[in-house]
Design a binder for this molecule. Structure first.
Ligand SMILES: *[C@@H]1O[C@H](CO)[C@@H](O)[C@H](O)[C@H]1NC(C)=O
Ligand SMILES: *[C@@H]1O[C@H](CO)[C@@H](O)[C@H](O)[C@H]1NC(C)=O
Ligand SMILES: *[C@@H]1O[C@H](CO)[C@@H](O)[C@H](O)[C@H]1NC(C)=O
Ligand SMILES: CC(=O)N[C@H]1CO[C@H](CO)[C@@H](O)[C@@H]1O
Length: 767
């Protein structure tokens, strides 16, 4: 049966709308840990009287974590992996009078606290911190030697928002503080400014010039020393697209730290402010236009500064078919070329933006314009939006996800062979961390770890050398970047494709790269091919004549059944990417008698033909592993006498030491992960009291079994089609040619491309 392209896409849309958000999942995490899983234990720091720990600052030696909370700054000792301890709690709250005044103005009492939103090292000995202070922002110094706050506080207007729900960003460079926030009570006067400037040069800010900022939401700021520039990342209304109502766009803006403002024109204002559109968009789709977070990755040793990379997560103003959020990577080189290129010009009468046609008087975005002429500065003041948008590296999205990512942190990890791998830590609004390694073949989600359950309004994430810190309303969490010992075999260790982990064949453990100095670790981050690297450690190679490498066999389980009973055998999945298949020695599992369920378990009716041995093999990247061995035997007690008794269990000594095992009438909830060494088998006794001998029940069963099989086959086919289609859109895309300038919004969806799967089998996503 061959469906036409049209039918397929219609069907796909239909199923998509039915199955969202499960369908279209671009990349499935290989393993998933729910909250509290022992395999990925979290260390938490919770104090009953501390809330909203949402601003994090790590000391340069990574020994101390400063936490901006509600009415306090916490100083935490994070030196030890096993626990976080409190060094000092620096209380800083508004007086009762302040709180009263705040709530008199109509604010909720709980929002009239002091929410710390700026926490930056000014120099070796002093931290500068600002808080909302009951809708009247204040700033103080913290002496990191005496761990005390200065008595005198500064006015925090323009440094910290009034409203604790307003996003802001701040960064200190050489003792001066650069901030982007709203500078009024109502929250509609955005400003990018410099404070605590050296005496010889004044503080600077953005003029209220038309169009410099258009209702921005500030996300991040970063200092790039080679450029002597600070980059600000935010989203705002894209007025240059005035044909679309309130189209939001993401921006990167720059200022030079050497800026001192103009002498007459642009006095005490930035002369180096410029902004460009950041475009995170796939061909033929609406853009992911709302930046959520950005992190910087310095160039590799010996590489040019232009190769400094910026990793951003973006969501969309619209509901996109491909996903809820995307990761895009930009290079410093692309920022440079955008800011040194041509600029758009705003016609002040018509409020229309156009590309410049007139002569260029000065170079906007250039550092060192302070002694420039008035006409040059006027030109700079009018020309601040670059003509070119900044496009991602290779003109494609790095990752598309069905999750809504809110934070990103990037780390370059040295694999066992010394090769560097870029690893991303992505936090979703719903509390999942995705650890992703970027391979030549595309992104691979090594693991998914649930870190909180209640969605959080404001969170933050910071990486130290080997730990991830998460600040949220309830406290601070820390999670090691890897737990290699979770992988117990060489195969699992290699299949994880985790650059942090390698197999130590001497000690027979999966060890952290860099920690095990004595031996060479076995690893294949790029391919995850077990047979290439684990061969020496595999002992049992053939069972049932398999020629592919297999891991040692688990002990067998004896299952006793009555004839005509429906039997269900479980098969634990070692990962969400593995495929489970069932085998019997010297016999084929015909589809008429057997039903393999979505969770990998096998269901069939006990008949003389179906008694015997069963083996469940999981296959991942061509590597086979026996996950379960069963022997199904007929209950020796006559069925009539046991029909009302609890399930009987007979243990016998077989050729292999079979483990004794109890059946549950309904069975425990099945978990596909983590790998259990003790398997559970449960039997459905719905058809229990069938009489012996020929009867129609068996036929009925087989027919209904067939019906279910047909239906599930159809469903699988459907899902497969949809998934292939969706998978396609998110598989690594070939580089696309640059699109015409300004032509960024094209809301018509493109047709399907031909289906090719990256790994040739259906990813095993639990539905
Ligand atoms: C790592 O995983 C192992 C095996 O599941 C577990 O025993 C151990 O506690 C885990 N360690 C951490 C730090 O999560
Ligand atoms: C650090 O900054 C603080 C506040 O501006 C100042 O008092 C102190 O002297 C500075 N310390 C050093 C070592 O520069
Ligand atoms: C700008 O001009 C002032 C005086 O006019 C001079 O002192 C200063 O060195 C000049 N700065 C630069 C960077 O040329
Ligand atoms: C401003 C802010 O983030 N407030 C949050 C503080 O934490 C409580 C829960 O503990 C949230 O409800 C507030 O929204």
């Amino acid at each position: 049966m061959q469906w036409s392209e049209m039918q397929r896409s219609e069907l796909c849309l239909l199923v998509l709308s039915l199955l969202l958000p499960q369908c279209g999942s671009s990349v499935t995490p290989r393993v998933s840990f729910s909250l509290g899983s022992p395999g990925r234990a979290l260390t938490s720091f919770l104090l009953h009287d501390v809330q909203n720990c949402t601003t994090l600052l790590l000391s340069p030696d990574h020994h101390i974590l400063y936490v901006g909370a509600q009415d306090a700054v916490l100083v935490l000792d994070v030196r030890h992996r096993q626990g976080i301890s409190l060094i000092r709690k620096l209380e800083w709250s508004p007086t009762e009078k302040d709180t009263e005044e705040c709530s008199m103005k109509g604010k909720r009492v709980e929002d009239c606290a002091n929410f710390i939103r700026v926490l930056e090292f000014l120099n070796r000995t002093h931290i500068y911190t600002c808080g909302t202070f009951a809708f009247s922002p204040r700033c103080v110094y913290i002496d990191t030697e005496t761990l005390s706050m200065s008595q005198r506080s500064d006015e925090g207007r323009g440094r910290c928002p009034y409203d604790p729900y307003q996003p802001n960003t701040a960064i200190a460079v050489e003792g001066e503080l650069y901030t982007a926030t709203v500078a009024d009570y109502r929250g509609n006067r955005p400003v990018i400014s410099r404070h605590l400037s050296e005496a010889a040069r004044g503080d600077l800010k953005l003029d209220d010039t038309l169009g410099w900022l258009e209702e921005p939401t500030f996300m991040r700021s970063m200092f790039v020393p080679v450029e002597e520039k600070i980059y600000f990342f935010f989203s705002e209304v894209g007025r240059e697209y005035d044909f679309i109502d309130r189209l939001l766009v993401s921006r990167v803006a720059q200022i030079c730290i050497s800026d001192v403002g103009g002498q007459r024109t642009l006095q005490r204002r930035w002369t180096t402010f410029a902004k460009a559109q950041l475009l995170c968009q796939d061909d033929g789709e609406l853009p992911y236009n709302l930046i959520q977070d950005m992190d910087i990755l310095p160039p590799e040793q010996g590489a040019a500064p232009e190769d400094t990379l910026f990793y951003g997560v973006f969501t969309s103003q619209w509901r996109l078919k491909s996903g809820l959020s995307a990761v895009c990577v930009f290079s410093l080189g692309s920022f440079r070329s955008a800011f040194s290129g041509s600029y758009k010009v705003l016609n002040r009468d018509t409020l229309q933006w156009s590309s410049r046609l007139h002569e260029k008087i000065a170079s906007p975005g250039e550092c060192g314009l302070h002694n420039a002429s008035d006409s040059a500065l006027r030109f700079v003041k009018e020309n601040f939006l670059t003509d070119e948008s900044v496009r991602p590296v290779d003109k494609r999205l790095t990752l598309v996800s069905q999750h809504s990512y809110s934070h990103i942190s990037v780390k370059r990890v040295q694999a066992a062979n010394g090769r560097p791998y870029t690893t991303l830590f992505l936090l979703t609004v719903t509390g999942l961390i995705h650890k992703v390694v970027l391979l030549q073949t595309g992104p691979h989600i090594i693991e998914e770890i649930q870190v909180f359950k209640q969605p959080q309004t404001i969170t933050s994430m910071k990486l130290s050398k080997d730990v991830i810190f998460i600040g949220m309303s309830g406290g601070v969490l820390s999670l090691p970047m890897a737990n290699c010992s979770f992988y117990r075999t060489c195969a699992q260790c290699v299949l994880s494709q985790d650059p942090f982990c390698g197999w130590d064949s001497g000690r027979r453990v999966c060890a952290e790269v860099g920690r095990s100095v004595t031996t060479v670790l076995v690893q294949d981050v790029e391919q995850g091919q077990v047979d290439d690297v684990c061969v020496s450690s595999l002992t049992h190679r053939t069972l049932f004549g398999s020629h592919m490498p297999t891991a040692p066999c688990p002990p067998g389980v004896l299952v006793t059944v009555s004839l005509n009973e429906v039997v269900r055998l479980h098969c634990p999945a070692p990962s969400l990417l593995s495929r489970q298949q069932w085998e019997r020695p010297n016999s084929r599992l015909s589809e008429e008698l057997y039903l393999q369920l979505e969770d990998g378990s096998l269901s069939f009716v006990a008949t003389p033909a179906t008694l015997g041995h069963y083996l469940c093999v999981s296959v991942e990247k061509g590597f086979q592993q026996t996950m379960a061995v069963y022997q199904v035997r007929q209950n020796s007690i006559p069925i009539s006498s046991s029909s009302n008794a609890p399930t009987q269990l007979i243990t016998e000594h077989l050729t292999k030491p079979f483990t004794e095992h109890r059946t549950h009438p309904r069975g425990p909830p099945t978990s596909t992960f983590p790998l259990h060494t003790v398997r559970s088998v449960h039997r459905d006794r719905g058809f229990g009291k069938a009489p012996e001998g020929p009867c129609y029940l068996k036929e009925l069963l087989i027919v209904s079994g067939l019906l279910v099989l047909c239906f599930s086959l159809l469903l699988t086919l459907l899902m497969y089609t949809v998934r292939m289609h969706c998978h396609n859109r998110t598989a690594p895309q070939p580089p696309t040619p640059p699109r015409p300038r300004g032509g960024t919004i094209e809301p018509h969806p493109k047709g399907q491309r031909s289906s090719t799967s990256s790994n040739g089998h259906l990813p095993n996503i639990p539905l």
